[in-house]
Design a protein around this ligand. Structure first.
Ligand SMILES: NC(=O)c1ccc[n+]([C@@H]2O[C@H](COP(=O)([O-])OP(=O)(O)OC[C@H]3O[C@@H](n4cnc5c(N)ncnc54)[C@H](OP(=O)(O)O)[C@@H]3O)[C@@H](O)[C@H]2O)c1
Length: 256
């Protein structure tokens, strides 16, 4: 395979956590448009199912939406079992589900910190552990973690989120080393600011415009489709010699 065909995902099955909306949904749609069948999940099964129906309709691929809370080990186990049962294989895992709880450290509870860490860091750890036996048996696989620009740089009032995304960056590198012998690559996409539900509450504040959007070299929010190229690349044979890397899709924020 050479050239543009390296980006095709025909015959592959991708599991995208948190694929009911936002970046995860866009990633699932992008992978399906490249030929993959997709399974996506969220804590709300009906929203996951609705997103899957729309992706199937717009791409012509098989798509399945399932309920799963990635912080719950038994949910994650069932998600992987149902994905395998429904699609017959799993080739690509996108650990995308995530939350953010913002505020100065003195105004946050330990429960806030734990909840963000459980979702953003423990969730990808659980899902990777559950999917890896399937990928190892096949001798090929892709794990893509959706980390953040805050895996590498700090902003005030983001202690739970930045700590969780720093953990995801290192999880990516450790798993890349553990999985390389079996032909499995593990990489992370580090998005800059995208206008999703996660940012709905802060999008109009002058502080956000200055410190978040103003942090990017391009001086604007990312558009949801702008995450798809990185996801297709890291999921496909095009990235076969890339593992343990962090791919920043951040409008040039980290170029500063
Ligand atoms: N938007 C940005 O600017 C930005 C920047 C950098 C990184 N990111 C990362 O990109 C990823 C997607 O974020 P987004 O902006 O698209 O947020 P979003 O629009 O709020 O979507 C989050 C998705 O994750 C799901 N989710 C949340 N907690 C979950 C859990 N415990 N189990 C299963 N699913 C769960 C949500 O569905 P339910 O609520 O129904 O469960 C939803 O599908 C996150 O990892 C986020 O940290 C986003």
């Amino acid at each position: 395979m050479r050239g543009i065909d390296l980006f095709r995902l025909d015959g592959r099955v991708a599991l995208v956590t948190g694929g009911s909306r936002g970046l995860g949904r866009s990633i699932a749609e992008g992978l399906a448009s490249a030929g993959a069948d997709v399974v996506l999940c969220s804590r709300k099964p009906e929203e996951a199912a609705a997103a899957a129906r729309e992706i199937a309709a717009s791409t012509g691929r098989k798509a399945l939406g399932l309920g799963c809370d990635v912080t719950r080990e038994e949910d994650v186990t069932a998600l992987v079992e149902r994905t395998f049962a429904g699609m017959g294989r799993i080739d690509i895992l996108v650990n995308n589900a995530g939350i953010n709880i913002r505020g100065p450290i003195e105004e946050l509870s330990a429960a806030d910190f734990r909840q963000v860490l459980e979702t953003n860091a423990v969730g990808p750890w659980l899902a990777s552990r559950a999917v890896l036996p399937v990928l190892r048996a096949a001798g090929w696989g892709r794990i893509i973690n959706v980390a953040s620009v805050l895996s590498a740089i700090a902003l005030p009032n983001r202690s739970p989120y930045a700590a969780s995304k720093g953990a995801v960056a290192m999880l990516t590198k450790v798993l890349a080393l553990e999985c390389a012998p079996q032909g499995i690559t593990v990489n992370a996409i580090c998005p800059g600011p995208f206008l999703t539900e996660m940012n709905a509450g802060i999008k109009d504040s002058p502080d956000t415009t200055r410190s978040v959007v103003g942090g990017t070299a391009l001086g604007r929010w990312g558009e949801l489709h702008e995450i798809q190229g990185a996801a297709i690349y890291l999921a496909s044979p095009a990235s076969s010699y890339v593992t343990g890397s962090l791919l920043f899709v951040d409008g040039g924020w980290t170029a500063r």
